[in-house]
Structures are given as structure tokens and as C-alpha cells.
Design a protein around this ligand. Structure first.
Ligand code: FES
Length: 354
């Protein structure tokens, strides 16, 4: 017996007061974007199921502007909601091709996929191996703007408790098989005319970089303003990417570090300090630390801009406080030399972006 009705993408479905929008939609046989429930049980929502509330009311759901999370918002009466179309999930497998060092403690992982995963720039996939729990990672391009056929690139921070651990190159040698599923997430790049404001912290740059390249190649009329941040300036591994964007006509790209005082051209402070003045015509995509993502999304919503977040969910076993203290102490030592650029393995086929 239903208590009320929801209209989702034009379809009227029965709903019970207090159940989630996602549950009501799925009971009625509608598909909405969402992530693996086991991954989204964490305190940091993945943002995959954010949908637009057109009219009526729902309870909770972490509202940002006119949007709510369908897995958290509950039915509070009649409401009309819309979800954008999204690609179907593909379950595949992948093989580790190579690791390349990007910065001390951050590597690029290149995998060869068995089946193509039709992700949109900014969407994520899940990776796992054996019985280890799945984790989310955002596929991206290599930092020189190249893309490879049948391969996916990921930016991996070496973490105790993370899927790949502290020494991933030793544990996941070329040839290691991984489980892969996706794509997920609603925070992908969309077609549009307004300015794109792309903001990252840490390895959130992987999502931002794939959107920046896709925007320059597919929507060259759109101005791009990019802010890439890290706590430690040594983690700003994206300089080749910033140079590529400059060659493509992107004039506004800021690197900033909030920890040790960085040397120019890196600016001091968190990403929030270096945001441009936002306006309703902007689309703001932000990826990285959950607190930074929330702060930027709220600022964008206050300015009337469209906003999409990709929060990085920390590994459950990760000792966050210990890591921050360790990184603060290590940031006071003389900087480690930047890693030597490493060539791609010969079996990676490359094509220039069109
Ligand atoms: S599926 Fe709703 S926030 Fe992750």
C-alpha cells in the first residue's frame, strides 16, 4: 500500500513515507544512478545518486542547490524529480600493465581492460582483487594529454589500509589481474556553454584532468579555470598537465599548497582561497578531500552555479590523523627530488587526442 506518489523522469511511481527515493524508484523498476551500497555505507557519500528535485518536498538527502542524494533523501509527500541519463554498468577485469612514479607516495597505475568501460570524464569505477573489498578510483589520461587504446590510468596514493597498500609496485606487478566494474557517479562533464571551474585536492586531480582534456578537445569554446591543490607542494605532480592545458589556450590554472610555504609559481593556501569569483553561468566540478569538496560545492551553490562533487572516501583502515602528522613532519625536511619521468611500456599503444 503506497502513501503517496513520486514522479521520476516523467514516470509516476507509488512511494511510502520515510523510504528513500532510491528505494521507491527501484521498487517500481526504475534505474537511478548509484554506487555499490557496500562502498556508500561510509560516512562520506559518494555523490553518485544526486538527482534534481523539481517540485514537492523530500526529507534530508544532503541538499545542494536543487539537488539531493536519492539514497539518503526520504519521501515526505508528492515530489517530482529528474535524473540524467547515465551509462550502463560493465563488469570486467583488468591487468596491471605498469606503474609510473608521479610524486613521492603517488603513482600512476596503467591497466589493460578486458572489456571497454564506457565512462564519461569524471565518472569512477571500482577496482578490487581476490577477496579484498572494492574501492573507487577515477580513470584518467596520462599527464601529457595522450590516451591509450584499451587502457585506463589511475592516480594512486600509497596508503596503509588502501587497496594497493604502501608499496603497490612490489605487490601488484605487471600481469596482476584486477576486478573492475563501472562506470558510476553523476559528477561527470556535461555539454554546455558556460565557464568550467575545475578544482582538485591531491589525487582528485585524476577526475579533474580527464574532464579538462575532454573539455578542451570537445568543447573548446568554454573557458576553463583550474585550481589544483595539495597539502605538500611535492604532491603537485600535475605540472606536465598544466603545461598541456596552457598550450591548449587555458589561461587560468593555479597550483596551490596549504602546508609548507611553497615556492612560486605555486601559491600558498587551500583551494578555497584561490577560487575565482563564481557566477550562475559556471559549472563547478570538484574532486578530492571530502571537506574541501563540500566547501567548494556549497560556495558554488550560493553563487547559483551548477556544481558536482567527487569526494575521495578514505580507506576504512587508514589512520588519517597519524598520516597528517607524519606528512606535516616530513614536509619540514628538505624536499625529495622529483621522480625521473619514466617512459611508458612498449606494449602501451598511444594515439594523440583528436
Ligand atoms: S549511492 Fe547515494 S551517495 Fe552513494
Amino acid at each position: 500500500m503506497s502513501d503517496t506518489f513520486l514522479t521520476i523522469n516523467g514516470t509516476r511511481v507509488p512511494a511510502r513515507m520515510g523510504e528513500t527515493i532510491l528505494a521507491a524508484a527501484e521498487t517500481a523498476g526504475l534505474r537511478l544512478p548509484k554506487d555499490d551500497p557496500a562502498l556508500c555505507a561510509h560516512a562520506t557519500p559518494c555523490e553518485s545518486c544526486r538527482i534534481r528535485l523539481e517540485s514537492g518536498g523530500v526529507a534530508g538527502g544532503d541538499p545542494v542547490g536543487q539537488t539531493v542524494l536519492a539514497c539518503r533523501a526520504t519521501v515526505a509527500g508528492e515530489a517530482t524529480l529528474t535524473a540524467e541519463p547515465f551509462p550502463r554498468e560493465v563488469k570486467s577485469a583488468a591487468e596491471v600493465l605498469a606503474w609510473r612514479s608521479l610524486a613521492p607516495g603517488i603513482s600512476e597505475l596503467i591497466v589493460l581492460v578486458d572489456k571497454p568501460v564506457p565512462y564519461l570524464p569524471g565518472q569512477h569505477v571500482t577496482l578490487g582483487f581476490g577477496k579484498a573489498p572494492l574501492r573507487r578510483f577515477t580513470p584518467t589520461l596520462s599527464l601529457d594529454g595522450l590516451r591509450e587504446l584499451d587502457t585506463l590510468h589511475f592516480h594512486i596514493r600509497h596508503r596503509p589500509g588502501g587497496l594497493f597498500g604502501e608499496r603497490p609496485e612490489e605487490r601488484f606487478r605487471p600481469g596482476t589481474r584486477l576486478k573492475l566494474a563501472g562506470p558510476y557517479g553523476h559528477s561527470h562533464l556535461r555539454q554546455g556553454d558556460g565557464r568550467l571551474v575545475l578544482v582538485s585536492s591531491g589525487t582528485g586531480f585524476s577526475a579533474i584532468w580527464s574532464m579538462a582534456v575532454a573539455a578542451r578537445l570537445g568543447q573548446p569554446h568554454r573557458p576553463v579555470h583550474l585550481v589544483a591543490s595539495a597539502h605538500d607542494p611535492r604532491d603537485l605532480y600535475m605540472r606536465p598537465a598544466i603545461e598541456w592545458l596552457a598550450r591548449q589556450g587555458v589561461e587560468h590554472a593555479t597550483l596551490c599548497a596549504s602546508g609548507a610555504h611553497p615556492l612560486p609559481p605555486i601559491r600558498h593556501g587551500r583551494a578555497m582561497l584561490h577560487l575565482p569569483v563564481l557566477s550562475p553561468g559556471d559549472s563547478v566540478h570538484v574532486a578530492g578531500h571530502p571537506a574541501m569538496v563540500q566547501a567548494v560545492m556549497q560556495a558554488a551553490a550560493r553563487a547559483g552555479a551548477k556544481t558536482y562533487g567527487i569526494p575521495h572516501v578514505p580507506a576504512p583502515a587508514e589512520a588519517g590523523v597519524v598520516e597528517r602528522i607524519t606528512r606535516y613532519l616530513s614536509s619540514r625536511k628538505p624536499p625529495a627530488p622529483a621522480p625521473e619521468p619514466q617512459p611508458l611500456p612498449a606494449n602501451v599503444r598511444q594515439i594523440r587526442p583528436l
